[in-house]
Design a protein around this ligand. Structure first.
Ligand code: DAU
Length: 326
């Protein structure tokens, strides 16, 4: 069962392959709505909750933190409380099988600066933005519900995701679509910030592994082991486009001519990098894509799925979000 409020980044057109499947159900529900969550839990009787619902964009959290506090903190609290009541009502066998998997971010650990260290599961929390502070807060609530009430939880903290179906506010899809439309490619500051890129299918495999095999009460870091400077990522996108889409918008020489250094993000974290050795050693997961193979797949996907993103850019996808799949 997929529960989603369908705020601005929710898009049922990303789920057409699931529509109509006998094992799939969807409900347009806000995780802050305790009564609706309680009803879904009683009616659907899940064994596992994977909690991915969040406001996730750092720039938006700086412009308006309120929704981040509401969804990421109050929403997580609401889910935890409803899951605690539901879990308490289960018979012993189902009670033992149940688990709550909270999906979080490496941003809770803060900024690695120019060091060569990486985040482990025991790195201290030191969030920088309203977004990462709200996720850190949610992680603490999840651990408290485990310790105080015994709720069976697992937590995972991932690095930067990219790949098909990503909402075009994030760096990689934003740059691909802007380049295709002949718009500037705005790189914050000097473009020397470093992110550790994780292909979405690798993350999905890791989530399935943690949700089903992770040890209760444990945290697992999930990273792509693919650190790159932002400017290098944007230049790599331009090179792939030169090869795959040589006929450019009128008057454009090279895609890379569109790269423009713009004012930096306030409080911008310099570097994130994940040490994923725990999930590799204990659960046998490791990333299968590197940034070169993953970026090529991603650019190809956006080239082949123009109607998906055109309907986002022109707002048409919003017409298709009243709780029913079109
Ligand atoms: O590390 C995991 C996190 O990755 C997730 O928890 C967040 O939900 C997700 O949004 C992402 O956070 P970032 O802030 O790292 O991602 P974003 O795509 O916004 O930016 C990636 C880097 O690129 C960052 O250093 C800012 C920079 N950037 C971003 C945009 C959108 C630019 O230089 N220009 C841009 O237009």
């Amino acid at each position: 069962m997929n529960v989603d409020v369908l705020s601005y980044a929710g898009n049922l057109e990303s789920l057409t392959h699931a529509k109509g499947h006998p094992n799939y159900a969807f409900s347009q529900t806000n995780i802050c709505n305790a009564a609706q969550i309680a009803t879904h839990l009683q009616q659907f009787q899940p064994d596992i909750i994977i909690h991915l619902a969040a406001e996730s964009h750092v720039d938006r959290s700086i412009d308006g933190p309120a929704e981040f506090i509401q969804t990421n903190i109050v929403g997580t609290y609401t889910l935890l409380e409803q899951c605690r009541h539901y879990w308490g009502s289960l018979d012993p066998q189902h009670k033992q099988d149940f688990r709550f998997h909270h999906v979080s971010t490496d941003e809770v650990y803060g900024d690695l600066g120019n060091t060569s260290t990486r985040f482990t599961e025991s790195t201290s929390y030191n969030p920088s933005s309203p977004y990462s502070a709200s996720k850190a807060s949610a992680d603490h609530l999840v651990r408290a519900w485990h310790r105080s009430y015994g709720l069976p939880v697992v937590i995972s903290n991932c690095s930067n995701n990219y790949g098909p179906y990503q909402f075009p506010e994030k760096l990689i899809p934003h740059m691909i679509l802007s380049a295709l439309n002949g718009k500037i490619l705005p790189v914050y500051g000097k473009g020397d910030q470093v992110r550790d890129w994780l292909y979405v299918e690798d993350h999905a495999r890791a989530l399935a592994t943690v949700a089903t095999q992770g040890k209760i009460g444990e945290t697992y870091n999930i990273g792509g082991n693919n650190e790159r400077r932002n400017l290098d990522v944007v230049q790599a996108i331009c090179s792939i486009l030169e090869e795959l889409r040589p006929d450019k918008p009128v008057g454009l020489g090279l895609y890379s001519d569109l790269i423009t250094l713009v004012e930096d993000r306030p409080g911008h974290d310099q570097r994130y990098a994940i040490d994923a050795s725990k999930i590799t050693q204990e659960l046998g997961w490791q990333a299968q894509e590197n940034i070169e193979t993953g970026l090529r797949k991603t650019v190809l996907w956006y080239l082949e799925n123009t109607s998906w993103w055109e309907r986002i850019l022109n707002g048409a996808y919003r017409l298709n979000r009243q709780g029913k799949q079109a």
